[in-house]
Design a protein around this ligand. Structure first.
Ligand SMILES: Nc1ncnc2c1ncn2[C@@H]1O[C@H](COP(=O)(O)OP(=O)(O)OP(=O)(O)O)[C@@H](O)[C@H]1O
Length: 301
């Protein structure tokens, strides 16, 4: 397996008597998106701030491409972060000026920073606002710019906090596509969000933090499969006649076209037998979604 780009081991953070983050271990490998989920106050931002070198852990260690950013701040060049409340954009500068500034600050030469900034502005459909002061951009445009600032020096690791919140539908989808493309290009991405559909669409792995502790970490596929259990869904072209419905109920089947039932391959045959010869629309394994999983996990600990 490839070496992780980012590793956090045993992170601990206290604020007075509050243990905001307890013994958190996280890894981010090249090309993967980890959705980092948790309720308000669970400890996400505190963790992400420690990962991004903004907050010193009380215990534990962060390694960015093998280096501890608190001892070797240059390691932070490998990181791009879009953090809530820390947008870091200069409001009286233009997007182009901001991007060039951050590019140079993170080690690019002026000409290279300018070239990269213009390419990014074009790619993200912001070129026409390249020379407009940031304070006059819409909120969505400012949010896109925040992502570009994180990308300008082409870092290996991206920490993205709510990258699609408050964006219009089209822009949110564009951002999702871009985030997926960045992962495909080999970036390691940590995505913090309360938008479960975004996490579900993008994540390869999911970590759930609750009261400062990571209580679950698993690939999305395995997690969803585990929570789907052995449920199947059956849908008929038309609602069935009463006698068929009674037969289905006798087999313990719930729901009302779609119907749901639990069981194995044999159970499917019994159900198909019961509805024969009514036209079928679909028979499939029921799929859990991440929202359902999240609510079950955080409400049962
Ligand atoms: N600087 C601070 N001083 C004192 N307490 C803090 C500080 N920062 C965070 N906390 C507390 O630590 C806990 C975790 O907060 P954190 O911001 O990490 O949660 P979060 O999961 O990001 O929540 P949200 O989804 O609401 O952004 C909360 O109880 C919060 O009040």
């Amino acid at each position: 397996m490839e070496r992780p780009f980012l590793e956090a081991q045993g992170l601990h953070k206290r604020f007075g008597t509050l243990e905001a983050v307890k013994n958190v271990h996280l890894t981010l490998r090249p090309g993967e998106i980890l959705a980092f989920l948790g309720k308000n106050g669970a400890g996400k931002s505190t963790t992400v701030k420690m990962l991004s070198g903004l907050l010193l852990p009380d215990e534990g260690e962060v390694r960015l491409l093998g280096k501890n950013p608190f001892r070797k701040p240059l390691a932070l060049k490998h990181l791009g972060a879009v953090l809530e409340g820390n947008r870091n954009t200069y409001w009286r500068l233009t997007p182009l000026e901001n991007l060039v500034y951050f590019g140079v600050a993170r080690g690019l030469r002026l000409a290279a920073a300018r070239k990269r900034a213009l390419e990014l502005l074009e790619e993200y459909a912001l070129l026409e606002k390249a020379h407009t002061e940031v304070r006059h951009l819409s909120r969505g445009m400012q949010q896109k710019l925040a992502l570009l600032q994180a990308l300008v020096h082409d870092p290996e690791v991206l920490l993205l906090d709510e990258p699609t919140l408050g964006l219009d539908v089209e822009t949110a989808l564009l951002m999702q596509q871009k985030i997926r493309a960045l992962a495909r290009a080999g970036k390691a991405i940590l995505l913090t969000t309360h938008q479960m559909e975004v996490a579900q669409a993008l994540a390869d792995r999911v970590a759930i933090i609750h009261r400062g502790e990571v209580i679950l970490e698993e690939t999305k596929e395995r997690l969803l499969a585990r929570f789907s259990g052995e449920y199947y869904v059956l849908e008929l072209e038309k609602p069935p006649p009463l006698e068929v419905l009674q037969h289905l109920r006798a087999l313990g089947i719930e729901g009302e076209n779609p119907f749901f039932f639990r069981g194995d391959g044999e159970a499917i045959w019994r159900v198909l037998e019961a509805v024969k010869p009514l036209p079928l629309k679909r028979v499939a394994k029921a799929e859990a979604d991440l929202l359902e999983v999240f609510l079950k996990v955080v409400n049962h600990v």
